[in-house]
Design a protein around this ligand. Structure first.
Ligand code: DMJ
Length: 491
């Protein structure tokens, strides 16, 4: 198979449905000037190359099945891991994700708003009761700032919005206050990776130098901005925005970001630009921050960086849209590997006025799903070969399916989501719920022993929202965080 050296713009001309072009859309959204108006894309029904061969049951049957499966996994968690961070469904045990030997109830927090949407009120009460009686962040231990923001602060904020239970909001604030030193102690405003929950001491985990990843620097503004609004204190929003600004200002002349930076000196330590981890949600939160808070700086930064990506990273390979990894200063090719987390970009393109491009990228990944059943953790896209064979129950195909379905109304995305759900049931469904896959290339697929917290927060929520019409959600106004937490639109 050949390596593609076709330019991205050259290919736009070959594909009529893409001819609107990104800049005209961005100009259009700029002139609208309000976040809510940006949700609608320019066209519908553009996803190519997909069949609808698997007949789907009717929507309510799928939704009820998703709800039942969520409950079955929750029961597994309750029976074997209740009060701990994560269930290990095969060994009927648990692990703690954040702290050594201490739980912060990750799965409980990740489940709150999904339970609310699904009307699982008895289970929601049990979860909230556990939080009221047990949850504390007062440990003399380090916590990873980014993960704490998206999973814990976000989960508690969404849980508060669902239940109006003040304890949840107080705990979200308490945690954010304990995370703040990671931002405030940094000379650049870009946070350190870890902070001690009790002392505020900062560190950088496995890095020798004070380095951090772009995603971990820039994925706070949704949760912290919501918190700022709820408690009427800009401190959180400002800290999150300063971090985004500091990174943006260090973009290259090609308007690209690297992956890793020294948060004290501001020097890049990994200059390979990529849309996937460890950068991914940095871009997502520029867009989401703009949509939620109407901050035009964020819109401007997103627009500039998106242009950089589309100009220097996007390319066609065998007609499919992919994003190569390139040196941020020169644009020179690094490699053509793509993490399966990069699938999120299809949704981001879709919601930021580019449903055609988003659809094209979702098409590319659909080929990977069709080849392997579930997507390998990392592929080489020039021939779709496997670099890492794991599938950690990730939601990055379903999230964009939901966004693109809502943007375009095209049933192809619900068909894809349903097929993916069936694959997940076929390969990951176990007695106590669902488990990760260590190797998607074997038959049967080699299973690991873990249910990720985000499976409760993301996969099952996206599926439910694709097929159910919960009256507890305002479809016109809702917004989800990168962890799938409903930060707006619950009723
Ligand atoms: C989740 O924790 C979030 O979606 C995050 O942004 C990156 N991806 C994981 C799940 O794969």
């Amino acid at each position: 198979m050949r390596d593609s050296d076709e330019t991205f713009d050259g290919n736009l001309a070959n594909r009529g449905s893409l001819s609107l072009g990104r800049r005209s859309v961005l100009r259009k959204t700029t002139s609208l000037g309000i976040g809510a108006g940006l949700l609608s894309g320019p066209s519908a029904g553009v996803a190519a190359g997909s069949s609808t061969s698997d007949k789907r049951p009717d929507d309510s049957a799928v939704a009820n099945d998703v709800r039942r499966e969520f409950l079955r996994a929750w029961e597994g968690y309750k029976e074997h891991a209740f009060g701990h961070d994560r269930l290990k469904p095969l060994s009927e045990s648990y692990d703690e994700f954040f702290l050594d030997g201490e739980s912060v109830g990750l799965t409980i927090i990740e489940s709150l708003d999904t339970m609310y949407l699904m009307g699982l009120d008895e289970e929601l009460s049990i979860a909230v009761e556990w939080i009221e009686e047990n949850l504390s962040f007062d440990y003399d231990q380090e916590i990873q700032v980014f993960e704490a923001t998206i999973r814990l602060v976000g989960g508690l904020v969404a849980g508060y919005k669902a239940t109006e239970n003040e304890t949840l909001l107080e705990l979200a604030c308490d945690l954010a206050d304990r995370l703040l030193p990671a931002f405030e102690k940094s000379p650049t405003g870009m946070p350190y990776r870890f902070v001690n929950l009790r002392t505020g001491d900062v560190s950088s985990g496995f890095f020798d130098e004070p380095e951090n990843f772009m995603a971990e620097i820039g994925t706070h503004i949704v949760e912290w901005g919501e918190l700022s609004e709820l408690v009427d204190d800009d401190t959180y929003y400002n800290a999150a925005k300063s971090a985004l600004r500091a990174a943006y200002e260090r973009r290259s002349d090609l308007d690209l970001l690297g992956a890793t930076i020294n948060v004290e000196t501001g020097e890049w330590t990994d200059p390979l630009a990529r849309i996937g981890p460890p950068v991914d949600s940095f871009y997502e939160y520029l867009w989401d921050g703009w949509e939620l808070f109407g901050d035009t700086d964020l819109f401007q930064w997103y627009s500039v960086l998106l242009d950089g990506i589309l100009d220097h990273q996007a390319e066609r390979n065998e007609g499919d849209l992919w994003f190569k990894r390139v040196h941020m200063d020169t644009g020179e090719l690094g490699d053509r590997q793509q993490s399966e987390l990069s699938q999120f970009f299809a949704g981001l393109l879709g919601e930021s006025g580019q449903p055609d491009l988003g659809g094209a990228y979702h098409d590319s990944w659909t080929k990977v799903h069709e080849r392997y059943g579930l997507p390998p953790g990392q592929i080489e896209y020039s021939d779709l070969s496997v670099v890492w064979p794991t599938w950690y129950l990730r939601p990055e195909y379903l999230g964009p399916a939901l966004i693109l379905y809502e943007e375009t109304g095209d049933e192809v995305y619900r068909d894809r989501a349903y097929r993916h759900y069936r694959q997940m049931k076929r390969h990951c469904r176990v007695k106590n719920g669902y488990t990760v896959i260590d190797d998607v290339t074997t038959r049967p697929m080699k299973q690991g022993d873990l249910t990720m917290g985000y499976w409760f927060s993301e996969n099952m929520k996206y599926l439910y929202l694709l097929f159910a019409e919960p009256d507890r959600l305002d479809r016109k106004k809702y917004a989800l965080s990168t962890e799938g937490n409903v930060v707006r639109g619950l009723r």
